[in-house]
Design a protein around this ligand. Structure first.
Ligand code: RIB
Length: 275
């Protein structure tokens, strides 16, 4: 196994709307699609579809949504032996998608919140990929384990959260979008400044504009291919999964991010996070 992905698995309840409602307002949308999602599961599926040996470490409920998630992971070739079934409903993401392909999301964590430090198992991994819809202590424990074993750590800090200095020091790279970078820096999302957090390297995803890689004091911009977006949900997850595959195959960070940008661009041309 090359990669362990630690993160969330959600059933995505997706409704297309012409525009988002303002506070106190009601708008009508499309029929609801129930699709497999969750930042962690999306990342694992992307890596699995690219042919990597990948295991997903996360938690779902003993319900139909949990089955949906497991089926999707398996069909992408992902090892699900580390998936825990908990006595909580599978996480649900309530997603609206507007005609420009942009989304907004509310997550009800459910079983994702019941993942425990004792569930962490990264035996045999060359790369650990984590994201933050699971408890922060679990992520920090996994990062510490990985660092102790010389396993490379990719962390997609989404949704953004404060992490310990020890955890930040293990990240190679930290992956964030512009909003998350601005939050972390308390101001403009200036990519080189992310290294001031103590991370070994950083990648800022820029949506249709591609990504920026910062390492060893150098900054490299990667342009994205032009595509017509249908649904941008999960583009960052696809990016991170592909980047991890590149790193696990021995690519340098810039080449791995180039693969990530191409895969993310492809991902937004189809509906759903995993589709
Ligand atoms: O990044 C997109 C994902 O965020 C969705 O699939 C949703 O489940 C939330 O986790």
């Amino acid at each position: 196994m090359d990669i362990v992905v630690l993160g969330s698995a959600n059933a995505d309840l997706v409704v297309e709307v012409d525009r988002r409602p303002a506070a106190g307002e009601t708008v009508l949308g499309s029929d609801t699609s129930v699709l497999p999602g969750g930042k962690g599961a999306n990342t694992a599926v992307a890596a699995g579809r690219l042919g990597a040996g990948v295991a997903f470490l996360g938690a779902v409920g003993a319900d139909a949504h949990g089955d949906l998630l497991l089926d999707s992971l398996r069909s992408a070739g992902v090892d699900v032996s580390l998936v825990r079934r908990r006595d909580r409903p599978t996480g649900i993401a309530y997603i609206t998608v507007t005609p420009d392909g942009e989304n907004s999301i509310v997550v009800s964590p459910g079983a994702n919140a019941a993942l425990d430090v004792s569930d962490v198992d990264i035996d045999g991994a060359r790369v650990l990929v984590a994201s933050l819809e699971v408890p922060v202590p679990v992520v920090e424990h996994a990062v510490a384990e990985a660092v102790a074993r010389g396993v490379r750590v990719v962390l997609n800090l989404s949704p953004v959260a404060r992490l310990s200095a020890e955890t930040l020091a293990g990240l190679d790279p930290l992956v964030v979008n512009e909003h998350e970078a601005a939050w972390l820096l308390g101001g403009a999302p200036d990519p080189p400044r992310l290294l001031e957090l103590g991370v070994r390297s950083a990648v800022v995803t820029l949506g249709a504009r591609g990504a920026v890689v910062v390492e060893d004091g150098r900054t490299r911009e990667i342009a994205a291919p032009e595509v017509t977006p249908v649904d941008t949900t999960g583009a960052g997850d696809a990016f991170t999964g592909a980047l991890a595959v590149g790193l696990a195959r021995g690519a340098d960070l810039v080449s791995a991010a180039e693969l990530g940008v191409r895969v993310a661009a492809e991902s937004v041309t189809r509906p759903g996070a995993q589709g």
